[in-house]
Every structure is written in C-alpha cells, then in structure tokens.
Design a binder for this molecule. Structure first.
Ligand code: AMP
Length: 280
C-alpha cells in the first residue's frame, strides 16, 4: 500500500493510473478505522480499479475543542487494517498541507443544514464540505464512498457535488453495527465499560420505534423515543427526528411512497453518538 502525505506525492503517484483511465475509488475518513470504514473500502475495491483512503482529522468540522482533542488517533493500526483489506493507497496529509492559507469558503446548503446535526453543530457541515471538496480536487476520484450512518452528511455531499457539478459519483454504503446493534464509530473507543454496555439502547430504541410506526403517527413515535431516553438518564438525548429521506425535513405523517428515516444524536457520558434507521 502506498502512503502519501503530500498533495504533490499523491498526484505524482496517481498520474500513471489516470493515463491508463483506471477507475479511482475514494474513501475519506478521519481514521481510528473500524469495520464500518473497511466495509466502505471493500465496496470501493469491488467497484473501482484503484482505491485511495484518506485519513485526516479535520479540525474545522469540530465545534468542540474537547471533541477534537480527544478524537481517537490509531494511525499504525489504521495502516495495518487498510493494507490487509487490500487498499491501494492512503493519503495522510497534515493540517498545513490541507489548509496552507486562510480558509474563506462558505457553503450554503439551505434547509439541508438547518436541521439535526447542522442545527446542533453550527459550522460543522461547512467544515465537512470544505475538506471534502479539497480532497476531491486533490484525489480526483471517479467514485467516492460515504456511510449512511452520517445520513445528513451524505445528503450534503450529494448536494455539493450537484451544485458544483463535480465529476464524481457518490456511493452510499450501509451502516455496520456491532453484534449488539451499536453502530460502529471511532468515538465508541472513548466509552467507558459501563457506557459501552449501555450503548445498544440507542439501536434497540430505534428498532422499537420502527415497529411502533406501523400503527402510530410520527408524533407518537417521536414522543415514545423522547420518553424512553428520559427514563434512561445515563443518556442525554440531543434530538430524534423523523425526516423525509431526501429533503431531511420533518415528516408529519408516515405515508405510502414517502421515504422516511429516523435520525438520532445522544450523549453517553462525554461521548456524542449518532445513529439512523429507515422507517419507510
Ligand atoms: P469518519 O471517519 O467518522 O469521518 O467516517 C468516514 C466514513 O465512514 C464516513 O463516510 C462515515 O459515514 C463512514 N462510517 C463511519 N461509521 C460507519 C459505520 N458504522 N458503517 C458504515 N459506514 C460508516
């Protein structure tokens, strides 16, 4: 596996592939890789000729200094798991390499970013869009693979690609879970043993709310989730929203033909976890 740390190295290393018109698949990550990330790499390997993964803890998408400082970093292990997955190259730039000058871009994703993560993490998606656009410009992939776990991020990236007419196909990838249902996440490493045992409550509550949605309206389902979290004070629920799967606007009623997803964010101790489940 080739390891690139500068834009110049990467572009030099990849030039021959472009001449041969190889299909380049790209998996952007922030490292502390787990099986969820690797499932993206594996899908990319099936659907491309050459796969590049990036590892970059993007400071401008964090809105808590504490979260950035404590974000897990496991680079040596990341190299190992990427290598054994068969990934062809990894791009690990420094902050200076990604942001050599003052950052001035400002994106506006309108109602896509006024809800959920965008509402509770102001500036987060601007930071995501800036880094993803820069990474796309550097790697110039034909396809880029993103997890549905970060459902709103996926919608934002699709919009970014559409608006800027970027020549890259965005491929959504399903959520990978631990055997007890907890969505895999780099942040799970920060949970204490007690918190880790409690964590599948998020998944279990989502499953129960999907069942409930067969015979109840969206308000009732939302109240059920809010009450469930109130009765489990190890968690602090930030939001649970039932939204249209494309516009991300709250749905008033479940109806045939309208895709609906339930998105949740909750603190477990100091760790903020998110999850998503399809309702329709
Ligand atoms: P991150 O390193 O958290 O920025 O995630 C990098 C990519 O991996 C994003 O596209 C995420 O949506 C995706 N990802 C993270 N966790 C999972 C998971 N449990 N299952 C599938 N994809 C995931």
């Amino acid at each position: 596996m080739q390891i690139f740390t500068t834009v110049q190295e990467l572009q030099k290393g990849m030039a021959p592939l472009r001449q041969l018109q190889k299909i380049i698949g790209f998996v952007p990550t922030m490292g502390a890789l787990h099986k969820g990330h690797i499932s993206l790499v594996e899908k990319a390997l099936r659907e491309s000729d050459f796969v590049v993964c990036s590892i970059f803890v993007n400071p401008i998408q964090f809105n808590s200094k504490e979260d950035l400082e404590h974000y897990p970093r496991t680079l040596d292990n990341d190299y190992k798991v990427l290598e054994s997955a068969g990934c062809h190259a990894v791009f690990v730039p420094s902050v200076e390499e990604m942001y050599p000058a003052a950052i001035s871009e400002k994106y506006d994703f309108k109602e896509l970013e006024t809800v959920m993560e965008g509402k509770f993490r102001p500036g987060h998606f601007n930071g995501v869009a800036i880094v993803v656009k820069r990474l796309f410009d550097i790697v110039q992939p034909d396809k880029a693979f993103f997890g549905e776990k970060d459902y709103q991020q996926l919608a934002i990236i699709k919009q970014l690609v559409k608006e800027a007419e970027l020549p890259v196909k965005i491929i959504p990838c399903p959520i990978m879970r631990e055997p007890d249902g907890l969505a895999m996440s780099s942040r799970n490493l920060r949970l204490t043993q007690k918190e880790r045992l409690a964590a599948p409550f998020i998944y279990n509550t989502l499953c129960r709310s999907v069942e409930m949605s067969q015979s109840h309206n969206s308000d009732e389902v939302q109240n059920f989730v809010i009450r469930s979290f109130e009765s489990n004070p190890i968690f602090k629920l930030e939001y649970f929203e039932l939204v249209d799967d494309t516009t991300l606007q709250p749905i008033l009623n479940f109806s045939e033909g309208q895709g609906a997803v339930g998105c949740i964010a909750a603190y477990l101790g100091k760790v903020r976890l998110i999850d998503v489940m399809r309702f329709r």
